[in-house]
Design a protein around this ligand. Structure first.
Ligand SMILES: Cc1cc2nc3c(=O)[nH]c(=O)nc-3n(C[C@H](O)[C@H](O)[C@H](O)COP(=O)(O)O)c2cc1C
Length: 211
């Protein structure tokens, strides 16, 4: 565990934990950034975004725009209508709703529905190269990672993150080779053994009641 003498000194002097601020939320034109707890309170008190908010944000931004956290085919189609350039099929690492299906189970139906209109990526549970290969085979253009790189960061800083990326890269290479392909671009669903009932077409018209 890394020692932070200055934090320790501050804590010993004031008896209070440091006043964490959120510099990315500094008001436009200056002013002081809210503390973490102020920002958290504001977040909790803000109504959930609507599809109109998504379309407005995309318009304000004007550049490539990814909507993360899409698990349903109908939502993926709404995202296309809102003008996004990409979605991530994601259950936010499973931290928002206990028991929600894993992202990889929702991926095939979403990729099938909108993959030719916008970029579909996925995240959640990617721990090794083989997981990346499975996601690509099931229709993702790419994957994102959360905890894997954080564990590397906690263990060994930048070198730890680089190590995680090396492990993923090596695993992707050996899985692609093992499947007899030259490149990740050759991966298809035929490369993946998919247990019956594994894919969940959440929000697709033909199976709207099947979850
Ligand atoms: C420390 C931490 C904080 C996160 N905070 C958010 C968040 O504020 N909003 C969000 O949509 N997802 C959040 N996530 C989920 C990630 O964006 C991502 O979906 C998830 O970590 C991917 O799964 P994996 O960790 O298994 O790779 C967070 C994840 C971690 C580990």
């Amino acid at each position: 565990m890394a020692l932070r003498p200055q934090w320790l000194y501050q804590f010993a002097r004031t008896g209070r934990i440091p006043d964490l601020t959120t510099p990315n939320l500094t008001p436009p034109g200056g002013g002081s950034a809210p503390t973490f707890f102020q920002a958290y309170g504001e977040w909790m008190g803000t109504p959930l975004p609507t599809w109109e908010d998504v379309a407005w944000l995309r318009e304000q931004w004007g550049g490539p725009f990814m909507l993360k956290g899409v698990m349903r085919v109908d939502d993926a189609k709404r995202a296309v209508d809102a003008g996004v350039t990409a979605i991530s099929v994601s259950n936010h690492g499973g931290n928002n709703l206990d028991g929600t299906p894993a992202s990889i189970r929702a991926l095939p139906a979403v990729a099938e529905a909108v993959g030719d209109q916008i970029e579909v990526v996925t995240d959640g549970g990617v721990r090794r190269g083989g997981d990346v290969v499975k996601a690509l085979g099931l229709g993702a253009r790419a994957v994102m990672i959360g905890r894997a790189y954080l564990w590397g960061l906690a263990a060994n800083g930048q070198a730890g993150v680089e190590n995680v990326l090396d492990i993923l890269r090596g695993g992707i290479d050996s899985a692609v080779l093992g499947l007899g392909h030259r490149s990740v671009h050759d991966l298809t669903a035929r490369d993946i053994v998919i247990p019956a009932g594994f894919p969940r077409a959440l929000g697709a018209e033909e199976s709207a009641r099947v979850v």
